[in-house]
Design a protein around this ligand. Structure first.
Ligand SMILES: [Fe+2]
Ligand SMILES: [Fe+2]
Length: 405
């Protein structure tokens, strides 16, 4: 079985990022202590001792959810709802809070204009996805603490400067959304009727240019937000919004595979329940973003083109009949196409893919995928920050978990 096709990327050398990361200082903080008492955790059996493996899985997920929260907060700050763009703002208040601090959203109305080409509800969806990730990280840490296990806080790795758009809090971040190399092979992976990464299947990008070079998914400064004399946003800003649209799908399809892959290693029924309950919320996100990415405006901005995926042509060039290309790229084919699973003799079935470590669904693959995506690039050094080494250690422990241990 091929090991080089990760859910986040198809590239080889999955551990090369360890070399690029500064050796991590410990970022685990001591747990808040055992929060016992059935009044605090009415549905949680705090008498159960978790296995080392279950704790490793929960710890890794708590860490990765903090990364997800960090990147989504940046998207929400710039592209979330704001009264300044009435179409982005409903009657339901935006109540994004992290560590007791309110997150201001929608600081870049022109970016919102670009995002709303994909769907007018994009700002609300971005805020809600952000809320969900913050809650995933918080819940997993609270649960670990309730079992007397150590919680995770990666804040010491928050050294990446955020967007300089006016109003964005200038504290360091865990993730870099300004130099992304977005893998878009998930697009064809979910459309294939004959390939499954768990069987070593290989897939093509939907937006080949996004998978090479470095592209911003957020406006970097107020300069990016300048309107032309007709009041329209620039092609470059629309390209930034399009990039975000595909990046949303990339992030959330990864979570959609990670949770079921790790769930197979869980021992405790309650921990299994946690993974089976959070994982599908990632898939709900993915499904929305998958649909919206197909509305990205067809355009060319320098070396970055967003192709017409409904043309019957293959955006990667090469051959294929019109029907083959439509099967692989048509924008409304967002339900998981039935493909082979477990054993080819069982016939095709509509499923999440991959759901194996070998197929790229595991924790190490998740970290490699995020790193290859450029999420942890320190612009000052061009290298990954130390968070990669830290996450890789947690990921290896999670992938090594086995039921009963
Ligand atoms: Fe999440
Ligand atoms: Fe997510």
């Amino acid at each position: 079985m091929k090991k080089d096709e990760t859910v986040f990327s198809g590239r080889k050398n999955r551990r090369s990022f360890l070399k690029n990361g500064v050796v991590a200082a410990g970022a685990m903080t001591a747990g808040a202590g055992l929060l016992s008492g059935s009044s605090t955790f009415a549905d949680s059996d705090d008498r159960v001792n978790l296995t080392k493996g279950d704790i490793a899985i929960l710890t890794f997920l708590a860490a990765l959810e903090q990364v997800e929260a960090d990147l989504w907060i940046q998207y929400a700050e710039l592209g979330g709802p704001t009264p300044a763009v009435p179409s982005s703002f409903g009657l339901s208040p935006i109540d994004l809070v992290q560590n007791g601090k309110k997150i201001v959203t929608g600081l870049a109305p022109a970016y919102i204009t670009g995002l709303q080409v994909l769907d007018t509800d994009m700002p609300q969806y971005i805020a809600d996805n952000t809320d969900d990730e913050i809650s995933h990280h918080r819940f997993l840490n609270n649960y670990l603490a309730s079992k007397g296990a150590r919680t995770v806080d990666l804040s010491s790795f928050a050294i990446i400067p955020p967007s300089r758009v006016s109003g964005v809090p200038q504290n360091g971040r865990l993730t870099n959304l300004k130099q992304l190399t977005v893998d878009t092979k998930w697009w064809t992976r979910y459309r294939s009727a004959t390939q499954n990464p768990d069987f070593g299947g290989t897939f093509q990008n939907a937006v080949p240019d996004l998978a090479k070079g470095q592209h911003p998914a957020i406006p970097e400064s107020d300069d990016d937000l300048t309107l032309d004399k007709n009041g329209n946003i620039s092609t470059h800003l629309q390209a930034i919004a399009n990039t975000a649209g595909f990046h949303f799908g990339f992030i959330e399809q990864g979570g959609s595979s990670l949770y079921p892959t790790l769930a197979q290693k869980v021992t405790n029924a309650e921990v299994l329940r946690i993974l089976l309950s959070i994982g599908p919320s990632e898939t709900m996100h993915f499904q929305v973003w998958h649909d919206k990415a197909g509305n990205a405006q067809i355009l060319t901005d320098g070396a970055l083109s967003f192709p017409d995926l409904n043309s019957g042509n293959n955006p990667n060039g090469g051959g294929g009949t019109q029907q083959e290309n439509a099967d692989s790229f048509q924008t409304n084919l967002i339900m998981p196409e039935p493909t082979f699973f477990l054993h080819k003799g069982l016939g095709p079935v509509s499923i999440i893919r991959p759901t194996s470590e070998a197929g790229g669904g595991g924790a190490v693959s998740a970290v490699v995928g995020f790193a290859e995506d450029g999420l942890f690039l320190d612009p000052a050094t061009g290298q990954n920050t130390g968070i990669v080494a830290k996450l890789m250690g947690l990921a290896e422990a999670a992938d090594d978990a086995r039921r009963g241990f």
